[in-house]
Design a protein around this ligand. Sequence first.
Ligand code: GLU
Length: 539
Amino acid sequence: MTDTQKPVRVRFAPSPTGKLHVGGARTAIYNWAFARATGGTFVLRIEDTDPTRSTEENTQIILRAMEWLGLDWDEGPGVGGAYGPYFQTQRTDTYQKALDAMIATGRAYPCFCTKEQLDAKRAIAEAEEGGYAGYDRTCRKLSPEEAQARIDAGEPHVWRLAVPENHGPVTFEDAVYGHMSFPADVMDDMILKRSDGTFTYNFAVVCDDVNMQMTHIIRGDDHLSNTPRQVLIYEALGAEVPMFAHLPMILGADGHKLSKRHGATNVEQYRDEGYLPEALVNYLALLGWSLDGETTIIPPEKLGQSFSLERISKKHSIFDVAKLNWMNGVYLREMDENAWLEAAAPWIARAAALGAEAEGGAVVVPETQEPAKDSPLGEDGAEDDAFAAAVAAIIEDIKEDTAAYAKIYPLIIERLERLDQIPAKIAYLFWGANVQLDEKSVKKVLQKEGARAEEALRACRDVLAREDLPWEAEPLQEACRALCEPLSMKPKLLFQPLRVAVAGNMVSPPLFESIELMDPEDVLARIDGTLATVFGGEE
Ligand code: GLU
């Protein structure tokens, strides 16, 4: 579909009026992947021309999110390049130069009409049949001498594009929508430069895309209505019109445009919720593009080899969190233990720090109690200083003692979908001699009528207290299992009370593998605590 033999140059051009959201990230991914797949150049340009809404903080957030996603740019902030600067606010002189060139060729003219005059004309036109058809080109009829005289006299003015009379349809090629054609007569002489000296968005974007020699413009289809106007500017500049690819919208499960209502849309929030960047890139890439209609696991590297504009769909796509979670789980399981441990360290550390807060022997935690927060960053990144320091210290500890912490991996990897699920899953490993008993599990397992839970627990305790058994999952499990026959108890009835007493919950990672990781004295203390709390028996 490439209509040019020139090396591909594409750009992602976010406006730092907000953070990097899922839709923008998908646009960035497609540009990045297209550049990589074609051996082209990926440019990052910050469109910070709206001074009231652009912030330096948002720029930094966008750059950070791009880095986290692994979307490395060949030219742009931080790396420079031959076509810089890469911030629009630093490119004003290039816009003036382009305007000067257009003035010289008669493709731009000054307009002195005041807002009041324009409003009045609009009101009259709207009342008439046919309605308002745009600026009536009053000032286009001024002689160059008169226009210059009024400029010299200091009369406020804007600069407008002179759309050629009898321009046929405005056309361009779109890799997604095909050949596009719009009637030119509905497009008025748009403003290029405002009376306050600033340049308009459509003009600045085209100047940049021309000067930065973009070959393809890949962006959201919310920009589709800008494109015919921009094409007129390309023509006026005598520049080649690039190939466009307007991307279909991403919708929430309810069919509405993806927004805050649908939960996280900001990329860094996904990081904080324990998604892997590779999984998020893979998932977002498939929202509007497919490799072959069926392959779902396409790691970024493969995406960067196989992406093509031809396979972008015209149809909108639906953001499906369940599918993203599933995909994240696949990526988590594909990591080797060391890589996993590095990614999981902040969450394991949080589990350990949370676990260290447990106290009071065996405590029944009411069902109504709010579950502990899972994110390692806490609300807005703010967290209790002491807690944060404890987490940081444990992260260091994990780096030192990878072999010990790597043992957690097989315990939870099978069902893990997001790293932020880790603290809730493994906090019990760090409770020491204490145990936080989940009220529901206590009722359903320990206090269930006829379950003989106390008997089971006492029998298992005796086995675990034996000094002749190695403190390893298998022999401990086998020795406990051997109790089934003499007690005439099914394994489940025997093991579930032990699980609750040790892990606090009837749903936990593999029991004996967990026990192996714990201190024998702690395990026995938890069982004793549970017996005392739930059955009131003396130990
Ligand atoms: N700055 C625009 C935005 O953030 C993108 C402009 C473009 O891609 O042409 O929506």
